[in-house]
Design a protein around this ligand. Structure first.
Ligand SMILES: Cc1ncc(COP(=O)(O)O)c(C=O)c1O
Length: 624
């Protein structure tokens, strides 16, 4: 650099008058306003000054065009800008791409305006465009983009397609679970759609731990994990998550949405030429993660291992592949074919990414989820877990916000995988840690559920009881082997009306599930029983649904059957759906025997339920 500057000084009258120190400083500094070229490359102040020189400016332009350096090319470079690799991008998770030329005017032409510009004369419009390009402030009174109009237009679209979301003011009462009050303290309702599936949000042991931690350590973590937010609660919680899934390590995020997004985005962008195979019903968090990774995405049909294999077989064997899927699909209650997907992953050299968000706490003898549940006896009896389905999964993600009743998410896997995500994922690195009390409460909830199966068994029994009662009333439940009860409505407006009517007339809160969460025409009410939904609650729900179905004339199972059936409801010769929790795992062998003998089965089930309810109450009281 010194030699180059020396030579230039001898040739150029401007440089000749300038001291070497000033030149050095100009060559290493950038001006805030002008330092980034059209292509995004940084320009030094020396380059900016040189561009104004009648001799150097042209030379730099020619040099820039030859070398593809947008910083040299600058305003002299004509129509081409370049996407150069900017070092900062490495911090984020965009996939590393070679610099490529973009015809800028053509690019502008192809981009549709997100919202039509307010009317104005052509001269004003072109003036505005010109200013946008040069970065100069628009003159006063120039036509401006109508931001409020844009928002209004977007909202109108949501209202028109009936996907606009209305929130109900529901305040769940810890002491009256599963009751809540609405805006007025006296307006009490039964909550039937919470994902606090086990009522852990009011578990006495969890609350005690949270109170103690709050008093000792205060409300917030005080920083990111890197800066003052790493503490014993994070370490303890991550150890508990790793132990739960019998993995080497775990990493906690602010939510599982963030965990899924950050992990897939990081892996997909860092693994060279990575391809991510994604189940068509995957949650938005995974879809976003894949999008953010910039990796190639291949969608396979929901739970269809034949389609997945076709897609795997079509990919080169040596490229890294991630199969991303869920264990319990929360809107329909279907269960992923985990074991078959592990087989395919092994056969085609892929790794597996399993979202157990709706299954942790709910399945398996430790509450680790469906993967654990598939080897129930091995885990229940402390056997060798090598080669079990859970062991074969590379990355498990879970939430602390549903069955564990708190908030947060995590990934569990090998130490190296976890350390890689810890070291590279912006969604982990650049955000404040969860509060100590939340982490301590979540750890207590995990450990409580590892030691006690009563809540999830009772939840399953209540689920079976509600499904059986709705079936008796011809109310269309979409069949599935899990704890979710999706009741088919099939129309967005009617689903919302049914939800409103349940709330206003029957004091029952069940949110309607509409597009885009489910496809248009498959709108439903999604019911989630908990251990607290004892007989009176269940009877009230079934009677209320029956009344709403009558009042709104919603199709029953037999109506769907007349039309040949729809998404499992009213279908001819349906394949029997076996619940994931078997009769013997629930201690229902006696009930099953009574059922097959044909009489009194409902009474026996209710007796089992009464007994479970009593035991659960005792366990909760003992925990207090
Ligand atoms: C399948 C699935 N994955 C991930 C998430 C995100 O979890 P969290 O609520 O912890 O952000 C959800 C949330 O509903 C989900 O349904």
């Amino acid at each position: 650099m010194e030699a180059l500057l020396g030579k230039a000084r001898n040739m150029c009258p401007y440089l000749h008058k300038t001291s070497p120190a000033t030149l050095r400083s100009l060559s290493t500094s950038t001006s805030m306003q002008q330092s980034v070229s059209a292509g995004g490359s940084a320009m030094s102040n020396l380059q900016i000054t040189a561009r104004r020189c009648p001799v150097m400016g042209k030379a730099l332009s020619v040099q820039g065009a030859r070398s593809g350096n947008a910083a040299l090319n600058g305003v002299f470079g004509g129509t081409r800008g370049y996407h150069a690799k900017v070092p900062r991008a490495n911090l984020h998770t965009s996939s590393s791409k070679e610099a490529q030329a973009v015809e800028r005017p053509a690019e502008r032409r192809q981009q549709p305006a997100p919202y039509s510009r307010p009317a104005g004369n052509a001269a004003t419009a072109s003036a505005a465009t010109g200013h946008a390009l040069t970065g100069a402030p628009p003159p006063p009174n120039a036509a401006r983009f109508d931001y409020e109009g844009f928002y209004g237009n977007e909202l109108d679209k949501k209202h028109k397609d009936k996907s606009y979301r209305y929130f109900n003011n529901i305040n769940r009462l810890a002491q009256e679970f599963p009751r809540a009050h609405m805006s007025g303290r006296d307006e009490k309702v039964d909550v039937w759609c919470s994902n606090d599936y086990l009522g852990m949000g009011r578990n006495p042991q969890v609350l005690k731990k949270m109170h103690e931690t709050l008093d000792l350590y205060g409300s917030g973590a005080g920083g990111t994990r890197n800066i003052s937010g790493h503490n014993q609660h994070a370490v303890g919680l991550e150890n508990a998550c790793a132990k739960l899934h019998a993995k080497e390590a775990a990493l906690v995020f602010s939510s599982c949405y963030v965990a899924n997004d950050a992990t897939l985005a990081t892996l997909g962008s860092k693994l060279p030429n990575c391809v991510i195979l994604s189940d068509s019903m995957n949650h938005a968090s995974m879809i976003q993660g894949i999008r953010h990774s910039g990796a190639k995405k291949v969608v396979f049909k929901h739970n269809d291992v034949v389609d997945l294999e076709d897609k795997l077989a079509a990919l080169p064997s040596d490229v890294p592949k991630i199969i991303a899927f869920e264990s319990v699909y929360s809107m329909c209650g279907s269960i992923g074919p985990i074991e078959e997907i592990c087989d395919l992953a092994e056969k085609y050299g892929a790794i597996t990414f399993l979202d157990e968000v709706h299954a942790v706490g709910m399945y398996g003898p430790n509450g680790a989820g469906v993967a654990e549940h598939l080897d129930y006896d091995v885990y229940a009896n402390g056997g060798n877990t090598r080669g079990t389905v859970q062991d074969r999964i590379d990355i498990i993600t879970g939430t602390l916000g549903k069955a564990y009743g708190c908030v947060g998410g995590y990934i569990a896997g090998s130490s190296k995988l976890v350390d890689t995500i810890r070291s590279l994922a912006p969604g982990f690195i650049f955000t404040t840690s969860l509060p100590p009390a939340t982490m301590a409460g979540a750890q207590t909830a995990i450990e409580y559920q590892m030691a006690y199966q009563g809540d999830r068994r009772l939840q399953q029994l209540h689920t079976r009881a509600v499904k059986a009662s709705l079936e008796e009333r011809d109310i269309p439940v979409m069949p599935n082997p899990s704890h979710i009860i999706p009741v088919l409505v099939g129309n967005a407006e009617v689903a919302k009306k049914a939800s409103d009517l349940l709330l206003e007339k029957h004091q029952i809160y069940v949110q309607a599930i509409n597009y885009p969460t489910v496809p248009v025409g498959q709108e439903r009410l999604r019911i989630t029983p908990t251990p607290g939904h004892v007989k009176e609650f269940r009877a009230h729900l079934v009677q209320a649904l029956d009344s709403v179905w009558n009042e709104l004339g919603i199709k029953r199972t037999s109506d769907w059957a007349k039309e040949g059936g729809f998404i499992g409801v009213g279908e001819q010769n349906p394949t029997a759906v076996q619940p994931l929790w078997t009769d013997s795992q629930l201690g229902l062998d006696d009930v099953a025997r009574e059922l097959s003998s044909g009489d009194g089965a409902h009474g026996v089930l209710e007796r089992v339920l009464d007994n479970e309810v009593r035991q659960t109450r005792q366990a909760v009281a003992a925990a207090a």
